[in-house]
Design a protein around this ligand. Structure first.
Ligand code: GLN
Length: 597
């Protein structure tokens, strides 16, 4: 588009100024929509696939899910860096999109062969998740930053509404993905077991869900490929998000921080130090015994549970190290330091939000699967599809919420961002509290009405709308320009830490009704075994272990989780406490923000 005439330029510039939003936003909207279809669609059925087809059990599936999500939000640091330094946003989006599509095809492969070659199927699954993690790292940060680049300086006031529209695109994609992938991949068949007809999960269907996710990603990448040169351009027709222009690096100097080799080494040392600290703190000696002394035993234990012992501490260590590292920069003024500290404090509290919120794809899906009546108007909804109410509610409420903030702004009543974040945390706690009350008296055989999961998603979505879109703009407002990308990185790493915690907390899910039923059909008193009043025979133990049914209750922070009520109360207490503390310190935060809203 470099050979547009001056007249064309004028027309383009004029059209952009009048129409509200540049046409490029539609392309980014569509691309992100297909990408989120792929990501969330796959995610909806992933844990069920791991637990049921790959026979990993729900606990391990939750741990893998948390590690997968956490790493998916760690790699954007890398994708952002490579784009800024070498490839540019456009290339990274295409590369990331294709990579994720390939990853989905590997999952399709894994889900096609698990019944004949479980080991190969598992290896393919690990490889596929790794590929998707890197693909997401290339894609996600670059598409978001391109939204910002669409608007020249004089139109930056449109950014808030641009991001609201973009957030809708995210959720239209999530809604479609979490509808279509479950419809294709989470199905039932009638089988005759011992002469009795039974409706069971069709394990062979998962692959179609993964294939649909892969195709969606391809559509997104192709859409972007063909439309980018026409629409994703500045008002004067120059490509947005092309390769970085290194001849402009003098200009960059004022806006981006430079680090010496020594500083980078300090960062590396911090990561290693914190990594071992977190590993030490979280080491679960029962799950990960060191059977041999020395380094060999250590690595054996690591191999037993690589996500818990390696991935999670690495994620926490990266976030904390980067945060501390930025603060050691000598050029920071007192006001800048205080603003950064506000960002860190908020980022810390937000960890609990995501940890509770993203149970959607693990424990809440298992509950929908095992202890919920998912019939809606007589139609039985696939359990993995229930989470699509989140996307649905975002689409309905995103605009009203942004209108509400604008209205409050005009009345001079708009709460400052940390207050909104505290409200978000309170809403998520409330969502869990309502459902906790519903499951209180269910016992080991009752089923939850799906309406309560829908109510939970409604409250969680309101919480998300108070917290998530605002977080990004808070970073933009509080970060000194030269640290903007690094602090965005810290923000993403706090999301990643939240996801790691998602894995740990999701694995606390106590046995749901299906486990009690399966045990009692074999004449096993599971409740008695769990309570320690019955001793299981070795035959019974073998059956339970083969079905991945735990024989002890999960523990967390010295507490035993006996039932779903106590499980949900973990989130009520964590998020409720986080909300109250964050709200209580907002007057201090407000001072430290020095005028930033
Ligand atoms: N659902 C949003 C997305 O996928 C937000 C997720 C997040 O910020 N952690 O982009």
């Amino acid at each position: 588009m470099s050979n547009v005439s001056a007249a064309d330029e004028a027309i383009l510039a004029n059209a952009t100024a009048q129409k509200g939003h540049p046409k490029g936003l539609r392309v980014l909207f569509a691309t992100e929509m297909w990408e989120r279809f792929n990501f969330y669609g796959m995610r909806a059925i992933l844990t069920l696939f791991l637990a049921n087809a790959l026979l990993m059990g729900e606990q391990e599936a939750s741990i893998i899910y948390g590690g997968f999500l956490g790493l998916s939000y760690l790699t954007p640091m890398l994708g952002g860096y490579i784009a800024d330094k070498y490839l540019g946003n456009r290339n990274c989006i295409i590369l990331g999109g294709l990579t994720m599509a390939v990853g989905q095809l590997f999952l399709f492969g894994s889900a096609s062969i698990f019944s004949t070659n479980l080991d190969l199927s598992k290896s393919l699954m690990w490889f596929a998740l790794l590929v998707i993690i890197f693909g997401n790292g290339f894609f996600k940060p670059n598409i978001s930053s391109m939204v910002g680049s669409l608007y020249p300086a004089e139109q930056k006031s449109k950014l808030d509404s641009a991001f609201t529209i973009f957030y809708m695109g995210i959720n239209v994609g999530a809604l479609l993905g979490q509808t279509i992938c479950p419809l294709l991949g989470d199905r039932e068949v009638v089988m005759v077991v011992n002469g009795v007809e039974r409706t069971v999960r069709d394990l062979g269907a998962f692959k179609w869900g993964f294939l649909a996710a892969g195709i969606a990603m391809l559509i997104g990448t192709i859409t972007f490929w063909f439309l980018k040169n026409k629409y994703v351009v500045t008002p004067t027709g120059a490509a947005i998000g092309g390769k970085p222009n290194h001849s402009l690096s003098n200009q960059d100097e004022a806006t981006s921080a430079k680090f010496t080799r020594q500083a980078v080494m300090i960062l590396g040392a911090l990561v290693v130090g914190f990594y071992f600290l977190f590993q030490y703190l979280a080491w679960d000696s029962t799950a990960m015994p060191i059977t041999e002394p020395g380094i060999g035993g250590y690595f054996k234990a690591l191999a037993l549970s690589p996500i818990k012992t390696f991935v999670y501490p690495f994620i926490y260590a990266s976030g904390l190290s980067l945060a501390i590292f930025i603060l050691t920069d000598k050029s920071l003024t007192r006001v800048e330091t205080q603003r950064i500290l506000v960002l860190y404090i908020v980022a810390f509290f937000v960890i609990f939000f995501w940890a509770a919120f993203e149970q959607a794809g693990s424990s809440l899906t298992f509950i929908a699967d095992n202890q919920t009546d998912t019939r809606i108007l007589g139609w039985k909804m696939p359990p993995s599809m229930v989470q699509n109410f989140n996307g649905f509610f975002v689409i309905i409420f995103a605009l009203p919420f942004s209108a509400l903030w604008l209205w409050m702004q005009r009345k001079n009543m708009e709460p400052i961002s940390p207050v909104k974040q505290a409200i978000g945390l309170a809403l998520i706690a409330l969502g869990y509290f309502i459902i906790a009350m519903q499951v209180k008296d269910l016992g080991t055989s009752g089923k939850l009405g799906v309406i309560w999961l829908i109510v939970l998603y409604l409250l969680h979505t309101w919480g998300e709308l108070c917290l998530s879109p605002i977080g990004l703009s808070l970073v933009a407002k509080l970060a000194p320009r030269r640290f903007a990308s690094l602090l965005m990185g810290v923000w993403f790493l706090s999301n990643a830490a939240g996801y790691a915690l998602t894995g740990t907390l999701g694995a606390l899910l106590p046995p749901t009704t299906d486990k009690y039923t399966a045990a009692s059909e074999k004449g096993i008193n599971l409740q008695g075994i769990l309570d320690g009043t019955t001793t299981a025979t070795s035959e019974q133990l073998a059956f339970l272990s083969e079905r991945k049914i735990a024989t002890t209750y999960p523990h967390f922070a010295g507490f035993t989780i006996h039932n779903l009520f106590e499980f949900f109360m973990v989130f009520v207490i964590l998020c409720g406490a986080a909300s109250i503390i964050l709200y209580a310190i907002t007057p201090i935060l407000k001072k430290m923000m020095h005028g930033v809203k």
